[in-house]
Design a binder for this molecule. Structure first.
Ligand SMILES: [Zn+2]
Ligand SMILES: [Zn+2]
Length: 428
């Protein structure tokens, strides 16, 4: 127990009244013992109220402190969160990047750019830690980003990922980024597939670039790889020779472990056969790659490939030519020839959902297959079923359209004489 008293100054007229006289303005001291230990010290103030508060803090170190805002944490703090349960924005971003360093180079680069912008914005607002970021701050961030809805969709995806990471680390209580509205009804970027004559122009342009046959032969092989395998340019630039074998090219392994091999088109095989050894690989015919010497990083190889192809596209005169359109071209061909979304997805290395989203309109064989399939099912059931064509243009998804007994009335009463002669099937 400590008690306060005034240590009267020499000039204090009430000095003779002793230490219990407190109605003057002399310095305040405390005296007493805590846990059996003598304490006698100045309170560094002449203000009685302040001295009382300071005294409470000396007697009980937890005075005025509260528990950390993270549920379950008993750490006492003056306000907010304990050091374990919060992070400065820059520290949180750094941890996020180091926890996700296995993402592809492109993904990491765009995440870094997005979070760099976020950090600059938040620091400008005087926000210090991630738990101080609220919905209003994030909406304000959106309004200062001078970017289109499509780019914002990507950035918001990164923000959500980042704040969920903070949530998982218990640095914040909820992820406000999840509450920021994602732009709706975005039409997928309409990159048309190439017309056959455009492909011919691009291939012809391979002979019109560069200073020597070296560049031209490489350009031709790259273009034909894009054309016939729909590989991404990053995969083409570092393509290993042993992936082409016995007239087949190994494109990728799907997520569920199936290898995807495509037949090598004769023109592509011919172009690969006469490829010069990559510069920088010496005279080493053992170079493992078609286009890359194997020295240095793949980034430089990808950059070189990009430059070569940009020269080709410029020389071709095809409007809007780019490497990515070759992927659209092959995907639409697959679908137009009756391939499924799953097959197109396997070849492109995209998810089926992405392929469905981007290429639904190209799948002309799809409606015919749906009608044919259901007609065959119903024929086998010996039931006169009339399939009414779906009038709306709504995309009907065969895979997700589950045949349930409620949509198949004959199943309920297979032998019923008064069973429906005609079943109208409406798919919505
Ligand atoms: Zn006094
Ligand atoms: Zn805590």
């Amino acid at each position: 127990m400590l008690s306060l008293w005034r240590r009267h100054e020499r000039k204090c007229p009430k000095r003779s009244k002793g230490r219990n006289w407190i109605k003057c303005q002399c310095p305040i001291w405390c005296d007493g013992d805590i846990d059996g230990k003598r304490v006698r010290q100045s309170m560094n103030t002449r203000d009685w109220a302040r001295a009382t508060r300071n005294l409470a803090r000396i007697e009980d170190p937890a005075y005025g402190l509260r528990e950390c805002a993270q549920p379950g944490c008993t750490e006492l703090v003056a306000r907010g969160r304990c050091p374990r349960h919060t992070r400065a924005i820059s520290a949180a971003i750094e941890s996020y990047h180091s926890a996700h360093q296995d993402a592809s180079w492109g993904t990491r680069t765009s995440r870094k750019a997005t979070l760099r912008n976020l950090e600059a914005f938040l620091v400008g607002r005087g926000t210090a830690t991630v738990d101080q970021v609220d919905l209003e701050a994030l909406n304000a961030f959106r309004s200062v980003r001078g970017i289109g809805a499509r780019t914002w969709t990507k950035e918001l995806g990164t923000l959500r990922h980042f704040f969920r990471f903070c949530l998982d680390n218990e640095w914040i209580l909820r992820s406000w980024a999840d509450k920021v509205q994602m732009p709706k009804n975005l039409k997928p970027a309409d990159r048309e597939p190439y017309e056959p004559n455009e492909v011919a122009k691009i291939i012809a342009a391979c002979d019109a670039i560069g200073r020597s046959a070296y560049e031209r032969l490489r350009a031709r092989a790259m273009v034909l790889l894009l054309r016939y395998t729909a590989l991404r340019i990053s995969d083409v630039a570092a393509l290993e020779k042993d992936r082409v074998r016995n007239g087949e090219i190994f494109v990728r392994t799907t997520k569920n472990g199936k290898p995807v091999r495509l037949p090598v088109h004769a023109a592509l095989q011919a172009a690969l056969d006469i490829l010069p050894i990559p510069r920088g690989a010496g005279n080493d015919a053992q170079c493992r790659y078609f286009f890359w010497s194997g020295n240095g990083g793949t980034q430089a190889a990808i950059r070189d490939a990009r430059r070569t192809l940009e020269a080709v596209y410029a020389a071709s005169g095809v409007e809007g030519a780019c490497s990515h359109r070759f992927r659209h071209t092959l995907a639409t061909e697959i679908l137009e020839m009756g391939g499924t979304f799953e097959e197109a997805a396997d070849i492109l290395g995209d998810t089926e959902a992405i392929v469905r989203k981007h290429y639904a309109k190209w799948s002309v064989g799809r409606q015919a297959r749906i009608s044919d399939l259901l007609a065959r099912i119903w024929h086998a059931k010996k039931c006169g079923v009339q399939v009414q064509e779906n009038q709306s243009d709504k995309v009907v998804d065969l895979v997700r359209f589950e045949l349930t007994t409620s949509s198949m009335p004959w199943k309920r009463a297979p032998n019923c004489a008064t069973g429906p002669r005609t079943c109208l099937l409406s798919i919505s």
